[in-house]
Design a protein around this ligand. Structure first.
Ligand code: PBG
Length: 333
């Protein structure tokens, strides 16, 4: 204990908690709408809003609908959407060619959103899994995920996304060297202002299950992703991975999943001091939402508490499916 702090009764901690104005005055962290990035799923077709069984309250929108979602984000004060595709089965193959099709769902959606709401930031995942008939983030040969061959595909995917107007690219597949390859490609093709938010500390987690349903990848994936995502026991490795991504040209970094990995967020922020984000992933959403639907918790209070927890751990912002709900709650406060 600091020698400045005198024991009770000279020091009474509760004096600083007596009223809401004093609590506000001494609060160490705050959350705001500008901390939020809203992940949104996109599907084929017109005038569609499909529900996702394992993510109640989250939908897949067709492109005409996603432009409405973008307007809603602007109205709510949300700065950025992260777009993910539900790729039709006939467009998936082992080479993942749909990943660099300028007319794939996320690229088309990016162009449509930029046309109507140019000031809304767009973040696109650079990873092959939504396009891979093998379900993995990398190209698969026999039972091996190929690293260097995957990089060639990622480079094509990233350049196409940048050319369609994506503001931020999010390499999310944990292949070695991906950030460097993407940064060099962007630089050489004149996309010097395209941001990279690398999923630098992405763990081989079981919290991604509902997301894989949402993008239609679950049925294709055999085995797990442990040969490329980080072992959930490893903190030092996650800091090393993040430092590498920064050295390769990432502007911002991300920890994923979120709440179970707050120690990782804090260590990265303290040791590397770079813009740090957390992804409150689909499994976290599903846990909170199912407890809410059962009437077991006060969801709104829990959402604000989780956002503050991320801020306290040093995060600059959070990707969360709850972004619109949280924005409404913060607006009321
Ligand atoms: C794909 C990707 C995943 C998520 C974001 N990008 C899934 C995975 O790695 O299997 C998960 C997001 C979530 O669970 O909400 N590279």
């Amino acid at each position: 204990m600091s020698p400045l702090i005198k024991p009770y009764p000279l020091h009474r901690s509760r004096r600083l908690r007596r009223t809401s104005w004093i609590r506000d005055m001494v609060s160490e962290h705050s959350a705001s709408i500008s901390d939020l990035i809203w992940p949104v799923f996109i599907c084929d077709g017109f005038n569609k809003k499909e529900s996702i069984v394992s993510l109640p309250g989250v939908y897949r929108y067709s492109i005409d609908q996603v432009t409405e979602v973008a307007k809603e984000a602007i109205d709510l004060g949300i700065n950025c959407l992260a777009l993910f595709p539900y790729t039709p089965a006939d467009l998936k193959n082992p080479e993942c060619t749909e990943a660099w099709n300028p007319d794939n769902l996320v690229n088309k959606a990016t162009r449509a959103i930029k046309k109507h709401t140019p000031n809304l930031g767009i973040l696109l995942d650079v990873a092959l899994d939504p396009y891979n008939s093998d379900g993995h983030d990398g190209l698969l040969r026999e039972s091996e995920i190929l690293n260097d061959e995957t990089l060639i595909a990622l480079e094509k995917q990233a350049l196409t996304q940048a050319s369609c107007g994506a503001d931020i690219l999010g390499p999310s597949d944990m292949m070695d060297g991906r950030v460097g390859i993407i940064r060099q490609a962007l630089e050489s093709k004149g996309y010097k202002d395209t941001l990279i938010m690398s999923y630098s500390a992405k763990f081989a987690s079981s919290f991604y299950g509902p997301f894989r349903d949402a993008v239609g990848a679950s049925g294709y994936l055999s085995g797990d992703k442990k040969t490329y995502q980080i072992d959930c026991a490893n903190l030092e490795e996650s800091i090393r991975e993040t430092a590498l991504d920064v050295s390769e040209g990432a502007d911002m970094v991300m920890v994923k999943p979120g709440l179970p990995y707050l120690d990782v967020c804090m260590a990265i922020k303290r040791r590397l001091n770079v813009p740090t984000f957390a992804y409150q992933v689909s499994g976290e959403y599903a846990m909170i939402e199912s407890a809410h639907l059962n009437g077991f918790i006060n969801r709104d209070l829990i959402l604000l508490e989780t956002l503050l927890s991320f801020k306290r751990a040093g995060c600059d912002g959070v990707l969360t499916y709850y972004a619109p709900e949280i924005a409404k709650l913060l607006d009321k406060k």
